[in-house]
Design a protein around this ligand. Structure first.
Ligand code: PMP
Length: 444
């Protein structure tokens, strides 16, 4: 028996090897990595350029403590990443994952407020549902009760507003009035809490696992920026899942041309080759914090040369092979395939997302948007059926605000049209199987 105790329903097959969008277990069974792990393996598995950059770095050094040495890979990666950030966001703090990136953003924002003589600002508003990480700081701003509830007494309670759910509320996602409607909930919350107590607002530009690729309505992201500016609230973009090209732009927020004050980045940045993340902040904020004695924060493995060499090679591969553009094109092609599945299966009530951050949602009734009964466990059953059929997808059922069982279909950005056909064919077969298992009459 395994000595590990990760939370899985049953023991998982032993991974043997992985190449491109495919993975094999030790029995020889092949899987399509249709969710890039947890939306991580953006450039696919076994990329030769990344592996050789890692090997070259390993031969030189694998660790240089950041307080003892500068390292070339971390300097080069910081240069590269800031060539992709919006103007003014020019300083980088490396970490080893998404939770660490968010945690760093929270502490950095707080220290910045102190330099501005605003010690009363400490509340970070976030949305429900949302996911920002597993550590207690990041968890306090996460809107997902099944993960937060056991730890509530250990955390500072933080204010939350609903994520925009235009498709459930029957509002037009392309109408700027819809964006304003949801964004104004931020203003109401700021006023309710007391504007001078609010440190920041954090948002996933496109929802990840928590909402299933929920795209904000027209005008929402811009209006949020205006409200933050009006009340002196810092705007944090959690681009842990959306950053790195998956949505068809390097940063998800580029779709709305909005510049935040702080960005959290991970997942597709290390792309599954190494644990890597970054907190990127406005230059003037960094200078203020450094001027006041420095950022009181850090992780031992931060900026390690091996991780940074891999990260640099990942970014170079994305650029050299036009993978962000491919994510946009293949995203449209996959979206069309999911739409045609929706036409065939009334159970699919919504298809959404951008680029290759795509999801579909199952509902008992498309008209009323009524979810399937929770006891059907459709979110885990369809994933299991697809897994049996050799396709890995990622699902969640979110209660409270955004209902239903949603499934993220997010293959690596190297995916081809022919491979999308394979994915669609397995999804089709898996949906048929799910339908045959559901009680008759449960779908309107
Ligand atoms: N923020 C977002 C938007 C995420 O999707 C995740 C991971 N699912 C995290 C933060 C936390 O990242 P990690 O699991 O690498 O700590």
């Amino acid at each position: 028996m395994s000595k590990l105790f990760y939370q899985t329903k049953s023991p998982r097959p032993m991974l043997d090897r992985a190449d491109g969008i495919y993975m094999w277990d030790t029995s020889g069974k092949r899987y399509i990595d249709g969710s890039s792990g947890a939306m991580v393996s953006n450039i696919g598995h076994g990329n030769p350029a990344v592996l050789s950059a890692m090997q070259a770095q390993m031969a030189q050094s694998t660790f240089g403590y950041r307080l003892h040495f500068q390292t070339e890979p971390s300097e080069a990666l910081a240069e590269k990443i800031t060539s992709l950030t919006p103007e003014g966001l020019d300083r980088v703090f490396f970490v080893s994952g998404g939770s660490e990136a968010v945690e760093s953003a929270l502490k950095f924002a707080r220290q910045y407020a102190l330099t501005q003589g605003e010690a009363q600002r400490f509340k970070v508003i976030s949305r429900y549902p949302s996911y920002h990480g597993a550590t207690l700081g990041a968890l306090a701003i996460t809107g997902y009760a099944p993960m937060t509830a056991p730890f509530d007494p250990m955390m500072q309670a933080m204010p939350k507003i609903p994520a925009p759910r235009a498709y459930l509320d029957g509002l037009d996602i392309d109408d700027p009035a819809t964006g304003r409607h949801y964004a104004d909930m931020l203003e109401a919350k700021i006023l309710e809490e007391g504007p001078d107590t609010i440190l920041a607002f954090i948002v996933e530009p496109i929802g990840g696992a928590s909402t299933g690729a929920l795209v904000p309505p027209a005008g929402y992201m811009q209006r949020i920026r205006e409200i933050c500016d009006q009340y002196g609230v810092l705007l944090m973009h959690d681009e842990v899942m959306t950053g790195g090209g998956r949505t068809g732009r390097f940063f998800g927020a580029e779709h709305w041309d909005v510049t935040p004050d702080i960005i959290a980045l991970s997942k597709g940045f290390g792309a599954g080759y190494v644990p890597l993340g970054a907190m990127i902040a406005r230059t003037d904020m960094v200078e203020a914090v450094l001027g006041a004695g420095g950022f009181i924060h850090g992780y031992t493995y931060a900026g390690n040369p091996l991780a940074c060499a891999a990260g640099l090679a990942v970014l170079n591969e994305i650029e050299a092979n036009g993978l962000t553009q491919n994510a946009a094109q293949m995203g449209d092609a996959l979206h069309a395939r999911l739409q045609s599945l929706m036409q065939r299966y009334p159970l699919i009530g919504d298809v959404r997302g951008k680029g290759l951050l795509l999801a579909f949602e199952l509902m008992a009734d498309r008209g009323t948007k009524e979810p399937l009964p929770a006891e059907f466990n459709a979110h885990s059953r369809l994933v299991d059926i697809a897994y049996e059929n050799g396709l890995i997808i990622y699902s969640r059922r979110t209660r409270g605000g955004i209902s239903g069982d949603h499934f993220l279909v997010c293959p690596p950005m190297i995916v081809t049209e022919a491979q999308l056909d394979e994915i669609a064919e397995i999804l089709d077969r898996s949906m048929q199987q799910l339908m045959s298992e559901l009680p008759a009459g449960c779908v309107a």
